[in-house]
Design a protein around this ligand. Structure first.
Ligand SMILES: [Zn+2]
Length: 329
């Protein structure tokens, strides 16, 4: 992780925090102008507090201290009542930070040694060019149209006794379940297999979108680019590459598996990435989606048994079939 990127991000965060704090100040100023009774009580509370501090420091007159404490209690409950009447809750006096986990500091409120996922994702976005996920606005389940898929059963053509539409309906259910149970370590990962133009990328982006909304980090990589980067990194040619991102990111999407020029080194790297993520060795739950144009048979032929057995054992395998959507408009 190169420091300049983090530094400039943290500066951005600081700016955002200040903006939110100013926003609150303006809002409160307006509110006090419109509700002078609240501001009067505030003044009284301030005066009594100062008086109390002075008394404690200087003459320690216990009668006076008790009187002032009683007065403060009375004023505070008066204020509370007044705010209740106005329908104002405590949130009203807190800046409206975009991330409630870190209050836009980039580090968790209750443990500021831990980087917040919002900052982690921003780092990934910059380092991997927007995490390589595109079209997130239009690629979401609202635009998922099952009617694009044929409802005709053609066993010979599709090698299945259900229609492409019914098949997609099932796959959509699996995808929604995957999102819902993301934090369950015994829930499986996803393997999407099928020709191009059947909606694999679209569905993958829909899932990425939902997982990001859950405050998780997401990284998209095509298999050829990912494996080339890893090999370069291992041979010292790509020092800026952060190998740990591949193991650490909450959701890793490996697209186009099977289009890379496979060799033994790449096979063992691929196995390592898949296996490390399965074992949750980083003590947090990571999930993976693999997408491939290869059929299961061809996957078995191209990849060694170790990889294949991980895929079969720990991945929900979804076979996409039907007509190429790109030509069916
Ligand atoms: Zn955050």
């Amino acid at each position: 992780m190169s420091n300049p990127i983090l530094k400039s991000l943290l500066k951005e965060y600081e700016k955002k925090r200040l903006e939110k704090q100013l926003e609150l100040e303006n809002k409160l100023n307006k509110f006090y102008l419109q509700n002078p009774s609240v501001s009067e009580i505030n003044d009284k509370i301030n005066q009594a507090s100062i008086e109390l501090s002075k008394t404690i420091l200087l003459n320690k007159n216990s009668d006076k201290i008790n009187t002032l404490n009683d007065l403060l209690d009375k004023l505070r409950s008066e204020k509370k009542e007044l705010l209740n009447k106005l329908g104002i809750t405590e949130d009203f006096f807190i800046p409206d930070y975009s991330c409630k986990l870190c209050n836009d500091t980039g580090y968790l409120i209750n443990d500021n040694n831990i980087m917040c996922t919002c900052l982690k994702q921003k780092l990934l976005d910059i380092q991997y060019n927007k995490s390589n996920i595109s079209g997130l606005e239009s690629n979401n389940f609202d635009f998922f149209n099952l009617n694009l898929f044929s409802d005709e059963i053609d066993e010979k053509k599709y090698n299945s006794n259900i229609s492409p539409r019914k098949n997609m309906e099932k796959i959509k259910e699996i995808a929604l379940h995957f999102i819902d149970c993301f934090d369950n370590p015994s829930e499986k990962n996803l393997l999407f297999s099928g020709n191009t133009g059947l909606g694999k990328t679209f569905l993958t982006n829909c899932i990425a979108n939902e997982v990001l909304k859950k405050g998780k980090t997401v990284l998209y990589q095509t298999a050829p680019v990912m494996l080339d980067s890893v090999i370069d990194y291992k041979f010292g040619k790509n020092p800026d590459f952060n190998y740990n991102d591949l193991l650490d990111v909450d959701l890793l999407i490996i697209d186009d598996l099977g289009t890379e020029n496979i060799n033994n080194v790449k096979l063992s790297e691929l196995f390592n990435i898949i296996n490390t993520r399965l074992l949750n060795q980083n003590h947090h739950i990571t999930k993976t989606i693999i997408s491939t144009n290869l059929s299961l048979n061809n996957l078995f032929k191209n990849y060694d048994e170790r990889i294949f057995s991980r895929l079969v054992g720990y991945y929900n395998i979804c076979r996409f079939f039907g007509e190429d959507l790109r030509y069916s408009k």
